[in-house]
Design a protein around this ligand. Structure first.
Ligand code: SF4
Length: 330
């Protein structure tokens, strides 16, 4: 594969398939090479994700413990007070995070007092000098503009899975709903964070399809989270097998090659990975992790910040310092 410093959004399905399916070490070598051309390979962005409203969600995402219809151990929590969220953000900053993400288990944003409070949270976190990110469900264009004006830096809205497999995983919304919100975010001038989850029972063709959708967007998402299914008891997918590490490495490496400028986030599933396995993911081009004192990623277990900082140090990596760019650094 020819390597050069230009971004492409005209990838074909065949090209993506060929990249994804090539011998693993060849794929890894190419991805590591691309990674070194576009990023400082020593740097890993450390982000904190806080659930500001937990559980009770009307959607039926079959991987999610926050869907009201599944019997899970998740404790429902109404929208947190703004001061609580700000104190979490201060702590995250002290622990080296440069990005603070706030997640609410909503189907969509409504124009009500809760949204007004989210706007206050965005302003408050922004004032701390952190990159502020939100994931709140579907957004209209007007709501995206309001968030942008409050100082929102990025909005997370994952594709979840491929367009073809979407209705096997979620029935309460469709793939086009996802794309529409991403377009509203982009139009409002907010940086896009969008990736997906593997291990949902999808095929390799679905993984290729999801990566093709992301990498052929008119502008690549600046941030591409790659998640391994965190199997939550009580959800329809609780008994699916653990995602093999080489599948994660393949996804990360392919994402790195297709979207070289993006930050590829090694997201859910780290708790089940050894340090060695995570090292393979960094080698494949992952350059961000979520961490925090709570040792949770939303509602599933995650390594803690001290463990993560030690791991980065063991691997000769370092938390990326904050840099304000015109486009999102993640
Ligand atoms: S993933 Fe989000 S939208 Fe889906 S059920 Fe969970 S909280 Fe709701």
């Amino acid at each position: 594969m020819e390597l050069n410093k230009s971004l492409r959004n005209d990838w074909t399905k065949e090209e993506v398939q060929n990249i994804y399916n090539q011998p693993l070490l060849e794929l890894l070598y190419q991805a590591a090479t691309v990674h070194r051309e576009w990023h400082n390979p020593k740097e890993v962005q450390v982000c904190t994700l806080l659930s500001v409203k937990t559980g009770g969600c009307p959607e039926d995402c079959s991987y999610c413990g926050q869907a009201a219809r599944y019997q899970t151990d998740i404790k429902v929590q109404a929208l947190l007070p703004t001061e609580t969220v700000i104190s979490h953000a201060i702590k995250a900053k002290e622990n080296g995070s440069t990005r603070f993400c706030m997640a609410a288990a909503w189907r969509e944003v409504r124009n009500n007092r809760d949204f007004d409070r989210i706007i206050d949270m965005v302003k408050g976190v922004n004032e701390l000098g952190l990159e502020v990110c939100c994931t709140l469900g579907m957004l209209t264009e007007e709501q995206a503009i309001r968030l942008q004006e409050a100082g929102l830096y990025a909005y997370n809205h994952n594709l979840d899975t491929s367009e073809e497999y979407y209705d096997k995983i979620i029935s309460t919304r469709n793939f086009d709903n996802r794309i529409n919100t991403i377009q509203h975010v982009r139009k409002a001038g907010i940086s896009v964070c969008s990736g997906g989850i593997i291990g949902l029972g999808e095929t390799t063709a679905d993984r290729v399809s999801m990566l093709l959708t992301l990498s052929t967007m008119p502008q690549h998402p600046e941030s591409v989270p790659v998640n391994a299914l965190a199997r939550v008891q009580g959800t329809p997918l609780e008994e699916l097998p653990k995602v093999p590490i080489w599948d994660m490495v393949r996804m990360i490496a392919t994402a790195r090659i297709l979207m070289p400028a993006s930050t590829v986030r090694l997201s859910a599933g780290r708790i089940e990975m050894s340090e060695t396995e995570q090292a393979w993911c960094f080698m494949a081009g992952a350059n961000s992790i979520f961490t925090g004192e709570e040792k949770t990623l939303l509602v599933t277990p995650n390594p803690g910040v001290n463990e993560d900082l030690q791991m980065l140090s063991n691997l000769g990596l370092e938390p990326k310092k904050k840099e304000f760019a015109t486009s999102c650094s993640n």
